[in-house]
Design a protein around this ligand. Sequence first.
Ligand code: FAD
Ligand code: 2HG
Ligand code: ZN
Length: 472
Amino acid sequence: MTLFDDLQRLLGVDQVQDSAQAEAFLRDRHGRFVGRVAAAVHPRDTAEVAAVVRLCGRHAAPIVVQGGNTGLMGAATPDASGRAVLLLLDRLNRVRQIDTDNDTLTVEAGCILQQVQEAARAAGRLFPLSLGAEGSCTLGGNLGTNAGGVAVLRYGNARELTLGLEVVTADGQVWDGLRGLRKDNTGYDLRDLFIGSEGTLGIITAATLKLFPLPAGQCTAFLAFASLARAVAFLSHARRGFGAGLTAFELLSVDCLRLLREQFPASPLPFPDLEQPWYALLELSDHQDEAHARALFEQVLGDALENDLLVDARIAASLAQGEALWRLRETMSDAQKRAGQNMKHDISVPVSRIVEFVESTDALLQRHFPGVRNYTFGHLGDGNLHYNVAHAPGRSVAEHMADYAALSRLVHDSAHAHGGSISAEHGIGQRKRDLLARYKSPVELELMRRIKQALDPRGLLNPGKVLPEASA
Ligand code: FAD
Ligand code: 2HG
Ligand code: ZN
């Protein structure tokens, strides 16, 4: 029996597709990586996932698990060998339990993030993980990449929002670690090891997540700054003024806003004249009420205006206006995708070194690649910038690609030299895999390899991702 026949026997004919039928899942969002598979399968529950993993083990077939395929590192795309089985968890989309006394929610990994947020809201609670792809990414992918997004500043990334996991191991056993405990010091933390491992250590099938109170009032504003240094100083001011109420602080350069206007002319900008170099989206969540939120918001913004931290502010007068401001921020990635020739750098540095990083890296790029354009935006409150770069107009795709590696090396070296990371929230996948050897110490890489060897000794889970070849 072939693997394909065995899979059809195990799951039923309808749950198994061949490479041609699964074509839509075999390329990443930007079409940079394209693969082939022996089969794509849609198991219905954890037991079926475990059975698929055991069957693949018998055939020595690699397994690539994919959620919404919104990841930006090619981590969910199989290689071109056609040997792998693509595991699609869209049928594992049940909400298993909501425990409002414990403030936890247990959901399956194939749930779309938005569905998880809605389940929490229906129970009068907040699940705060929030990102532009939330309408199509899955919880499994969020945990696989340890996703960040726009609320990390207040609530933490996916890892910090997770209390327990259910995982199918590389040899097809089920680890039931769905504990709803905020305190549990009983040995090594397997949960935190699986989160962020990009499908290379185990298949996450369900998770128990932390819930939070829904805010009673929220205020949103778009702010204009005379310099990046002022924006960073304003952030400290807002942290002092709002305390835990500060739930988002998202930066956009003036060139990002110009690009948004160019690509989405129907979406009005809050500052049409675009006179300042930097802008930010600010959100306050308040647990008293709307009036209290607004009074505090106006006071903190008023103080900042008086002290010249801020040039101007547009406060959303309604929920709809607030949502329109958020949409601008969330379409930034799409705007760059439409414009093309985008060299992405998802870096982080300590907030205290952001200004120095941006100024020195901008200068370095102009010296070595005159005319390139920076589109810098992102999660300033977390020290995480999408330091994205595009060539001057008129540059051919071939010329663009020729410069990409050298330009990226400058940016990554600069982030590293500023005490930063070359991947703050998007992971490593295949795109950044070979960079790890340059930025991680041999000791750290060796420990990572030993973990992989211990949990997946046959190397069948998502091969070719995250870990560079031993000689690299
Ligand atoms: P996929 O792309 O399908 O997979 C990503 C990785 O997770 C792969 O390695 C895959 O093998 C692994 N994986 C998937 N399911 C499982 C599972 N069940 N068990 C184990 N591993 C698994 N990311 C951020 O962090 N912050 C952002 O603000 C953000 N904004 C985005 C905005 C846009 C418009 C887009 C397109 C992407 C954005 N991303 C962001 C990146 C992406 O959405 C996230 O990484 C998301 O968490 C991926 O989820 P997914 O279900 O699409 O995963
Ligand atoms: C965001 O914050 C995402 O919008 C995507 O992380 C970033 O496209 C990008 O570079
Ligand atoms: Zn981001």
